[in-house]
Write a protein that binds this ligand. Sequence first.
Ligand SMILES: Nc1nc2c(ncn2[C@@H]2O[C@H](COP(=O)(O)OP(=O)(O)OP(=O)(O)O)[C@@H](O)[C@H]2O)c(=O)[nH]1
Ligand SMILES: [Mg+2]
Length: 456
Amino acid sequence: MFNDTIAAISTPLGEGGLAVVRLSGREAFAVGDRCFRPAGKSSQPLASAPTHTIQFGRIVHGGRMVDEVLVAVMRAPRTFTREDVAEISCHGGLLPAKLVLDAVLASGARLAEPGEFTKRAFLNGRIDLAQAEAVADIIHSQTELALAAANEQLAGKLSQRIHRLRDELMHTLAHVEAHLDFPEEDIAPDTREALEARLERSLAFMDELLATAAEGQILRRGVRVAIVGRPNVGKSSLLNQLLGRDRAITSPIPGTTRDTIEETANIRGLPVVLVDTAGLREAGDAIEAEGIRRSREALARAELVLHVLDASEPLMAADEAFLREFAATRRLLVLNKADRPRRLALPAELAAGAVAVSCLSGAGLEALKDALKERIWSGEIRAEMLQVMINSRHQDALRRARVATETARDALRQNVSLDLVAVDLRIAVNAVGEVVGRTATENLLDSIFGQFCLGK
Ligand SMILES: Nc1nc2c(ncn2[C@@H]2O[C@H](COP(=O)(O)OP(=O)(O)OP(=O)(O)O)[C@@H](O)[C@H]2O)c(=O)[nH]1
Ligand SMILES: [Mg+2]
């Protein structure tokens, strides 16, 4: 399908035990053989090596030895891209991998664009668009739950459902079209009813898929949680506890944290983006004022607010101001310093949902994690939920499909001409097809594969 052979370093840039330079395309073995010299009795040139074998040898460039390597030879179509693929494992570290890549490029390969291997896998029909997106999700997943969901999508669980939905819509469309040539009065009322019932089924199925969007977002992007409160209550100590490491500086001096600190924590399998903020108060200087401005910004973007209070002190005016301010937002109250004698008194309705912790001893932190999980994801996380978790692109396409399907159903009900029903059904079929890439524009592909890293 493609004439050129592409190459890129497929492992992260940096020092490591091994690095892999991947080649894919019609000329992958010919290009590789221009710079690969087999060594040892059993090694052979890539072009003559049997598929799915490993060849030992050296990469040479400009008459000089670059590195000792192992090359995996995989012949089309049993490869990731469905093209001939050679994967050259060289020594880790930036330089060996870069020199091997240079040798390969000088031998006739073109540097791959980000995501181009996966794009070829898609365009060559090895995976569909939803599965290609799953490859990116797997790379970016931050928790095992997110990874499990991405693996299900790569395995085609979402695609299967999309194909079933699309088939059903096409079936209905075919029925409608079969009647297009008949005059309206010749169409039996029960035919209309049967078609309508089919569309109801499709609508219910779309709703089921659409209902997974919220969880899909959480697993892919994580949830933004801002840790706020007045100075010195233990916000940074809480961040460190939830992360399980000493990320932020803590000290008895109020105003320790000046900049916002953002880190992703794994809370009961959910990726949670925690944002530690500067304590909110009247700023003492310009730097603190900027810190407080950033805290406000973090607050505005947060989906959930962890409002920290010092339980060993009476409620202060600043605490009360924040209690009023966050009343409307999604908030969880954390009563810190529970290891000290309690001097904080809270109104009963606030005390009810609050969680007491000690960032010094770690007491109460497991309960806080449970409360956080409960707020983010109410109910159990069941294995079958992970099978389908649509992303925002799927959501957009399915919403459009839903609107068109609804219009078609209403038209059937109101005895509108079947021509118009067919038009809407076609729109729905196309929108559903977008999810798996049956109808995909070049722009859409660019925006999806452009988000991949180099070498994938
Ligand atoms: N006794 C006790 N001390 C704590 C606890 N949590 C934090 N501290 C102490 O309280 C002080 C302030 O903690 P930080 O985590 O720096 O507080 P902060 O809210 O981030 O403060 P700013 O960044 O200045 O707004 C430090 O001396 C911590 O050791 C706790 O649970 N119990
Ligand atoms: Mg702090």
